[in-house]
Design a protein around this ligand. Structure first.
Ligand code: ZN
Length: 278
């Protein structure tokens, strides 16, 4: 095995509006160590300006390596969990959401039978929950995790691509999928615009894209600052608010079909958005 050098680092202009923010100061309140967090003065997107390349993301910084450390930190912040529960109780109390939503349940409710894709599918646990009327496909950057997922989906006629999401989505024929899932993915993607454009390409005319991402506009982030559970450097590269998420979707060839107003409030730690082709 070849010893790993320091991972190659890539510069990014603003992933939402394309502005070169190298001359702008870092977002000092939250900037960690060697990763430069920026808040774009034109479009307000918060993002890491320098990111590790995809190879490093796949092998060195994969979620399964960092999960334990993150979970330990979260366990030390019980007050954050209380605030999350308050937000959830408000949502449940208004009957907008009957219970905690699950990605597979949303797909089963919204997507027509046919091929369904999970972008950043990991070991395929989400694909395994899809009802039989769907043919499960996945894109996964980690070859090790993709091997697990492939075993699961091939028996049902699907397959797994080992690629970054942004390029992998382009490998499928136009209009191929009745449903695409992006759960805990878009905040990790170095090229979120290209990924959403790829989803617009790969979705059927009446297909649905379901996105779940952390809400940078959440009360928890405002109260807990850099101890907010949504900060994970450099795993999380894009920090969306309701406004920046909607704008990126619209500018990527997608139309927002559903974005519950309660998800846009600061009490919501996570945002669920359903989009289709524009
Ligand atoms: Zn911008």
């Amino acid at each position: 095995m070849v010893a790993m050098d320091t991972p190659a680092v890539l510069f990014r202009a603003c992933p939402l509006c394309g502005r070169d923010n190298r001359a702008e100061p870092v977002f000092a309140a939250y900037t960690p160590g060697s990763w430069d967090l920026k808040r774009c003065p034109d479009c307000d997107l918060v993002y890491l300006e320098t990111i590790p390349d995809y190879a490093a993301t796949a092998e060195e910084l994969a979620w399964d390596h960092t999960f334990v450390a993150w979970h330990a930190a979260r366990d030390r912040a019980p007050a954050q969990r209380v605030l999350s529960k308050v937000g959830r109780s408000i949502r449940i109390g208004t009957h907008v959401v009957r219970k905690r939503r699950r990605m597979d349940e949303l797909i089963a409710t919204l997507a027509a039978p046919g091929p369904v894709l999970d972008v950043g599918c990991g070991k395929g646990s989400q694909l395994a929950k899809l009802p039989e009327r769907y043919i499960p496909f996945g894109i996964e950057i980690s070859a090790g995790q993709a091997a697990y997922a492939r075993e699961l989906v091939r028996a049902r006629g699907g397959d797994i691509l080992v690629q970054p999401g942004a390029t992998g989505l382009r490998q499928f024929p136009a209009g191929f999928f009745t449903g695409i899932m992006m759960r805990s993915y878009l905040e990790h993607e170095g090229q979120p615009r290209e990924a959403l454009q790829g989803a617009a390409h790969a979705l059927a005319a009446d297909g649905v894209l379901v996105i779940k991402v952390p809400n940078f506009g959440s009360l928890n982030r405002q109260v807990f600052g850099r101890r907010w559970c949504g900060f994970r450097f450099p795993d999380h590269m894009n920090y969306f608010t309701p406004d920046t998420l909607v704008r990126l979707c619209r500018e990527s060839g997608l139309a927002v079909r559903s974005f519950p107003w309660l998800d846009r409030l600061p009490t919501s730690d996570n945002m669920w958005l359903v989009a289709g082709r524009a």
